[in-house]
Design a protein around this ligand. Structure first.
Ligand code: ATP
Length: 234
């Protein structure tokens, strides 16, 4: 088996004195979509933040694209090809859609070109001059994803992309992410919406109390339904 694009081993993370991640290990192969699922407070967001070097303290091993990236300072992590789309999306309300899109620097030659961005997210072209604050939740989510793709990310870390969105919009986001996946993009997805996660992910990692409690492929999902229910509490 080839080396995973992202390989996380025994990752620990802290908020101040509070030890939240207790040895998370997970991997994502190039081209794969992996979902990290677990109940509220299990450590999903913290895992993404630890990978992006956004915690005050972390320990463990993280390899990306064959390189140890534990020593990479936080302002350089995006340059390595990791793109984080946080749950709060980070859209500037007073800037237009196009200005929001151009806010992050293109970090490498692989940044998605505007034509391709608008092919994946046609509404962003139509709404280019609109203020970020006038966008719907779904459009803001698309803008947040598009902005990161423009930087040249090889791996998208998505934190609850469906949070607060109506079912019809969730479906549109799923279609767009599926198109991205079909184009070869690799994704690590944190999601509470199982139906959505199941429609996209090739593999799942269950997280409980800051540790991985199990992992399985999409076609094993139903066989693990009771364990998932127990861990995730739905
Ligand atoms: P949710 O779906 O609620 O976001 P999660 O699985 O993403 O859940 P995390 O946000 O990673 O959970 O939180 C893991 C633990 O860390 C929780 O106990 C939470 O209370 C704690 N925590 C999260 N953010 C902070 C913070 N900024 N300072 C201190 N503790 C935090």
């Amino acid at each position: 088996m080839t080396e995973p694009l992202l390989d996380v081993k025994d990752l620990h993370g802290w908020y101040g004195e509070s030890h939240v991640l207790h040895g998370v290990s997970l991997s994502v192969q190039a081209g794969e979509t992996v979902a990290l699922i677990g109940r509220n407070g299990a450590g999903k967001t913290t895992t993404l933040r630890a990978i992006m070097n956004l915690l005050s303290r972390r320990e463990g091993q993280i390899r990306f694209s064959g390189r140890d990236i534990m020593g990479v300072p936080r302002h350089r992590v995006a340059y390595e090809g990791l793109g984080f789309v946080p749950e709060e999306r980070g859209i500037f309300h007073s800037l237009s859609v196009t200005e929001n899109l151009r806010l992050l620097p293109q970090t490498g030659p692989d940044g998605m070109r505007d034509d391709d961005i608008y092919r994946f997210f046609p509404n962003l072209k139509e709404r280019g001059r609109a203020g970020g604050g006038t966008l719907s939740g779904g459009e803001q989510q698309m803008l947040a994803i598009a902005r990161v793709l423009r930087t040249g990310s090889k791996l998208l870390l998505l934190d609850e992309p469906t949070e607060g969105l109506a079912p019809v919009i969730v479906q549109r986001i799923a279609e767009m992410l599926r198109a991205l996946k079909d184009s070869g993009m690799t994704m690590l997805l944190v999601e509470q919406n199982f139906h959505f996660a199941k429609s996209l992910a090739d593999r799942f990692f269950l997280i409980e109390n800051g540790q991985i409690a199990g992992s399985f492929a999409r076609d094993e999902f139903d066989a693990h339904a009771s364990a998932i229910t127990e861990v995730v509490g739905v």
